[in-house]
Design a protein around this ligand. Structure first.
Ligand code: NAD
Length: 461
């Protein structure tokens, strides 16, 4: 842990497992309630100076943060692969993206300048104070940085809590960032839901920025609501992909497969259910099954690996159960991909076709590489099924782009893609509707979430 710019002593530890081998390879501190208090106190103390520093000075330090991450890409990527399981080249990409994110965020500085006075009124964007940034296990580095960078630019200080499944890369990253930032501007604590709740409910926390599951998001929103804290919640998704009649299913199958299995399906905006016209359902399922067969599953440290393991044993059990339930309901599961000879939490990419609507594999977020294919008779039926979900993160429509546009307009979610899925950009806002979240991240819109507006009204009478 890093608290007030120094490594903090801890008394208990969390074993950290490599999901490719199921062996413990490291340990992370298990923070106590006293650590949370110390971290929030350090962040509050630093906020007095940091919030008054100029946005130009903060943007210079953000760029320095990006540089130090770039310099340590390999070290952080190795840690990330060992604790999360993703292929090393994807871990390197994640660290590089995070390093670049600091620069992209620094580029937004001008949006934080006060407006010029008009009729005696000046508008100023001020920080909330101390931000609790709680991150999930699937992209620990980038999903911490998309909170950290805008929070810091806006003048907040931060206490970061990574997932107890994937804490090490984040804790190391924070140690590195502390070499560039004043003490207390970034602090870390580590632990599970109970520790996270101690952070969320600490009276010194002014804003909670959370990425994770819907159930945890609800609990956090309720607790933060009692203290009237500002929240941003980036929650789970169950993104539908609607393939229009007449689409070239053989051509689109590799892209649909890639969007469903990215990060071994552990991506909030992965394709999680596929709707296809009845006449083309068999062909699409066959093309997706062919894509499964071409995948090499393995340890992320092995350069031959395309897909790593799921992050934990419970997660593998969850996906296994959802597929078994779908098969009991009449679905046909096909996976031609051989699991590796390793004792990790591998789940081979699997296509489940001939699936009646309404199974849990369709209605719940599987967060793994199991792709349900559901046939429809009318496009409106596919739209209704896509929208018959509490989730509202993303969705996509595939086929002729002119025909796709009105269908895209009818999908109820934060982002709809046409002939692609899951592409995210630093300068485009990202957030979910309904159960998928509150507020947005990324770009100018995401930056504003970390600010409040203050009005200076000067009388010239
Ligand atoms: P999770 O909800 O289990 O945990 C996320 C984080 O919240 C962890 O740090 C965890 O320790 C903490 N936490 C859990 N319960 C808490 C509580 N009651 N109080 C405080 N903290 C608590 O999620 P996960 O398994 O790590 O991540 C997967 C989920 O995250 C999926 O649902 C995925 O779709 C979602 N996700 C969403 C986005 C997005 O941008 N919308 C991005 C990535 C992941």
């Amino acid at each position: 842990m890093t608290i007030a710019g120094r490594p903090a002593v801890c008394e208990s530890w969390i074993p950290v497992e490599n999901p490719a081998t199921a062996a413990v390879f490291g340990r992370a501190p298990l923070s106590s309630a006293a650590d949370v208090k110390a971290a929030v106190a350090a962040a509050s103390a630093a906020a007095r100076m940091w919030s008054r520093s100029s946005v130009t000075d903060r943007s210079i330090l953000l760029r320095a943060c990006g540089e130090i991450l770039h310099d340590h890409t390999e070290e952080l990527a190795q840690l990330l692969t060992c604790e999360q399981g993703k292929p090393l080249r994807e871990a390197r990409d994640e660290v590089s993206l995070a390093a670049d994110w600091f620069g992209h965020t620094a580029d937004l500085s001008s949006h934080l300048e006060p407006t010029g006075e008009q009729a005696g009124i000046t508008l100023e964007r001020i920080p909330h104070g101390v931000v609790a940034a709680i991150a999930p296990s699937n992209y620990p580095i980038i999903l911490a940085v998309v909170k950290l960078a805008p929070a810091l630019l806006a003048g907040n200080t931060v206490v970061v809590k990574p997932s107890p499944l994937t804490p090490l890369s984040t804790l190391r990253m924070a140690e590195l960032l502390t070499q560039r930032l004043p003490p207390g501007v970034i602090n870390t604590v580590c632990g599970g839901a109970e520790l996270g709740m101690a952070l969320v409910t600490h009276p010194g926390v002014d804003m909670v920025s959370f990425t994770g599951s819907v159930s945890a998001g609800r609990t956090i929103a309720a607790a933060a609501g009692r203290g009237l804290r500002r929240v941003v919640l980036e929650l789970g998704g169950n993104d539908a992909c609607v393939v229009l009649p007449g689409a070239d299913v053989t051509r689109i199958a590799p892209a649909v497969f890639a969007a469903a299995t990215r990060n071994c399906g552990q991506f909030c905006a992965a394709i999680k259910r596929v709707y296809v016209s009845r006449a083309q359902a068999t062909d699409l399922a066959a093309a997706l099954a062919e894509a499964c067969a071409a995948v090499t599953l393995g340890d992320g440290l092995d350069p031959a690996t395309d897909l790593g393991p799921l992050v934990s044993k419970p997660q593998r059990e969850r996906v296994t159960t959802l597929v078994a339930m779908a098969e009991s309901a009449g679905g046909k599961a096909v996976s031609n991909c051989r699991p590796p000879d390793l004792s990790g939490h591998f789940f081979p990419p699997t296509v489940v076709s001939d699936l009646p609507p309404g199974t849990a594999l369709e209605t719940d977020e599987q967060f793994g590489p199991a792709i349900p294919v559901i046939a429809y008779d009318e496009v409106q039926e596919a739209v209704d099924l896509a929208n018959a979900s509490g989730y509202g993160l993303g969705g996509s429509v595939w086929g002729d782009s002119d025909t796709a546009r009105p269908v895209a307009a009818a999908l109820r979610c934060g982002t709809v893609w046409v002939n692609t899925h899951g592409e995210l950009r630093h300068d485009v806002p990202f957030g979910g509707l309904r159960d998928s979240g509150v507020g947005v991240e990324y770009g100018y819109w995401g930056l504003l979430e970390y600010t409040r507006i203050k009005v200076l009204n000067t009388s010239h009478r």
